[in-house]
Design a protein around this ligand. Structure first.
Ligand code: HEM
Length: 209
């Protein structure tokens, strides 16, 4: 059994992770105002939109990486960081959506609805975002207690949400699929690990019986 860091160390690590997770947002804010050498380049709205979307996806994958990491390393306390990573995923994806709706579409509801219906990659993106909303809303300890056994099945929505997020990325690239391919491979490894783990655990239980 590996030792768990003291409550004080865990609090410090959490605070550190919080600050690190805010770095991409801070860089985007600095770039928006052209401060400290940061800049959004020739196409600022696209730059903001793409950056927030990618960070949303990265945090989703980081959230999904916690369980395999715990199992491989035996560092069970890593679970303490999962909620924060998931909430940051939601924060960046929501920001991505807000940039799209407010800056790209200038809040023209007709155009937004038309996009959601007629552009399949947007349909995938909005479906993924909608799936993440109940997860964010039920992430508190109080909601965990209230939902009891129903909490875990509900939170499995993160799997289809991440799949749709990667698919959404893949679908909107024009030619070069290398980048979404990297995200797809990482997601396949993270989900594949879970399937492998369940099968193995099932087999070792059957052996014991
Ligand atoms: C879990 C949800 C989502 C994730 C993980 C996600 C992620 C991404 C990523 C990684 C990109 C590509 C960035 C790049 O090419 O550098 C992207 C692009 C984009 N996303 Fe999302 N997104 C999500 C939801 C949404 C939603 C809800 C909308 C709008 C309703 C949306 C609208 C767009 C648009 C307009 C683009 C740019 C397409 C282009 O430039 O041609 N996304 N998204």
């Amino acid at each position: 059994m590996r030792s768990t860091p003291s409550p004080g160390t865990l609090r410090l690590l959490k605070a550190l992770l919080f600050l690190i997770a805010l770095l991409p947002a801070s860089a985007l804010i600095l770039a928006t105002f052209g401060v400290a050498g940061f800049s959004l380049g020739a196409n600022p709205i696209e730059e903001l939109l793409h950056n927030a979307g990618k960070w949303g996806l990265r945090f989703l994958l980081l959230t999904l990486a916690i369980t395999p990491l715990r199992r491989v390393t035996g560092l069970n306390w890593l679970i303490r960081f999962r909620r924060m990573l998931g909430l940051f995923a939601f924060f960046y994806v929501s920001t991505h959506f807000l940039i799209y709706a407010l800056l790209d579409q200038r809040l023209e509801m007709g155009a937004i609805v038309e996009d959601i219906i007629e552009r399949p990659y947007i349909t995938l993106g909005i479906t993924a975002l909608i799936m993440l909303i109940p997860l964010a809303l039920t992430s508190t300890n109080a909601m965990m207690r209230r939902l009891g056994r129903r909490w875990q099945p509900l939170h499995r929505l993160i799997y289809p949400a991440a799949l749709l997020g990667v698919w959404h990325f893949w679908w909107q690239v024009k030619e070069d699929i290398r980048e979404p391919l990297v995200y797809a491979i990482i997601l396949a490894i993270l989900l594949g690990f879970r399937i492998w783990w369940r099968r193995n655990r099932g087999q070792s239980r059957a052996h014991k019986e």
